[in-house]
Design a binder for this molecule. Structure first.
Ligand SMILES: Cc1ncc(COP(=O)(O)O)c(C=O)c1O
Length: 366
């Protein structure tokens, strides 16, 4: 059997007529940039989150950058974030002109909130937690901390659509939540796409303006901005897909449950741990083992695709050598990077497929 890491085609085949019709409608109306399809997606996404504003943009990286810029985060400021994420989370801090301050992860793989508190200085302007792999971080703690210390909380929800902490959807704890709709994400476009959600009217206005060359009204540029737009084709597809996101999320959780059950009898595999009070929407199902690379090669030989998210913790990357950090500064993230292995997961996976993957893992040690 061949088990791909993700299977975007399976989802397309299940909804082909609806998705094709969505594209045809946009093409028929030539509503390629801006317009009714983009507005409809923004309305539907804001409604799904119960927030006042959704501002769509070109991708999840821009979403973070736009928010930081419009919160006036820049030169001389520090922004605290996690050592374990995709580089978008930290490169946008630098692009805004601020200094990324990395802290280690906790035993669940998310940002360690006690270390966040310890690293706040008079220069700290924002905190960016990431709900890594789809598991909600302790944002209710960070929400209080940010309020008491007068810093902004911006949630990177790129991997965590519909995940919850303490019964509330993540993305609604901070002044803004940012999302990626990269094709492989839990809600994925057929190209790049992203969005910001917020209840702050002024921040929403500024983000919308900045993403559109600094203008809300054509030719009236209040400031210099960037060109970061969601296009009509992606917007109409995302609106069509949003209806199924709850169902797909449940399906991912079901698949994760099968993995949990089957892997429980393999004592050399550490399964993902979920913090009480957090939900996990399993963008990724990440196990930990001692001999990761050998297991990965073994699975590849059996036709099973896997991933590593991510092989080097952010502060240990070449890009951040200038910070002078070492593994002893972020011991958990440094240890995890050599042990983590992301197994195939997507809503269309069957119990038989999970069984096949786990049998292949079991056979690694005879
Ligand atoms: C945690 C995290 N933040 C930000 C991003 C950036 O999203 P995009 O690829 O849409 O720019 C991603 C995904 O790539 C991500 O996983």
């Amino acid at each position: 059997m061949r088990i791909p890491f993700v299977d975007l085609h399976a989802q397309y085949l299940a909804h082909q007529e609806e998705f094709d019709a969505a594209f045809r409608e946009v093409i028929g109306k030539t509503a390629f940039i801006g317009g009714e399809f983009v507005r409809e997606f923004e309305r539907a996404y804001a409604e799904a989150y119960g927030v006042k504003h959704c501002i769509s943009c070109a991708n999840g990286t821009d979403a973070i950058y736009i928010v930081l810029r419009m919160l006036d985060v820049g030169l001389g400021h520090e922004v605290i974030t996690t050592a374990a994420s995709w580089i978008s989370t930290s490169e946008t801090i630098s692009q805004a002109g601020a200094l990324p301050v990395f802290v280690d992860v906790d035993e669940y793989g998310n940002i360690d909130v006690e270390q966040v508190e310890r690293n706040i200085t008079p220069h700290t302007r924002a905190i960016i937690p990431v709900h890594l792999y789809g598991q909600a971080a302790q944002v209710e703690v960070l929400e209080k901390l940010a309020a008491s210390r007068g810093v902004h909380l911006v949630e990177d929800c790129a991997q965590a659509h519909f995940a919850e902490r303490a019964g509330r959807r993540v993305g609604t704890f901070g002044v803004a939540g940012t999302f990626s709709f990269y094709p492989g994400k839990n809600l994925g476009a057929y190209g790049d796409a992203g969005a910001i959600i917020t209840n702050d009217d002024e921040l929403a206005r500024r983000c919308r303006m900045y993403a559109n060359h600094g203008a809300l009204v054509k030719h009236q540029h209040e400031l210099e901005g960037i060109n970061s737009r969601l296009d009509g084709l992606q917007a109409s597809l995302l609106t069509a897909k949003l209806k199924y996101l709850g169902e797909w999320t449940e399906a991912r959780r079901r698949v994760a449950g099968w993995y949990d059950q089957e892997l429980a009898s393999i004592d050399w595999v550490a399964r993902p741990r979920v913090r009480p009070g957090s939900t996990h929407v399993y963008h990724l199902y990440v196990i930990q083992v001692d001999d990761r690379d050998a297991l990965r090669a073994h699975l590849t030989r059996q036709g099973i695709e896997t991933g590593v998210h991510y092989p080097v913790a952010l502060p240990l990357m070449q890009a951040y050598q200038y910070l002078g950090m070492s593994a002893s500064d972020v011991p958990n993230a440094a240890r995890n990077q050599d042990r983590i292995l992301s197994l195939p997961i997507y809503p269309e996976m069957t119990a038989e497929m999970v069984h096949y993957v786990v049998a292949a893992i079991r056979s690694f040690r005879g």
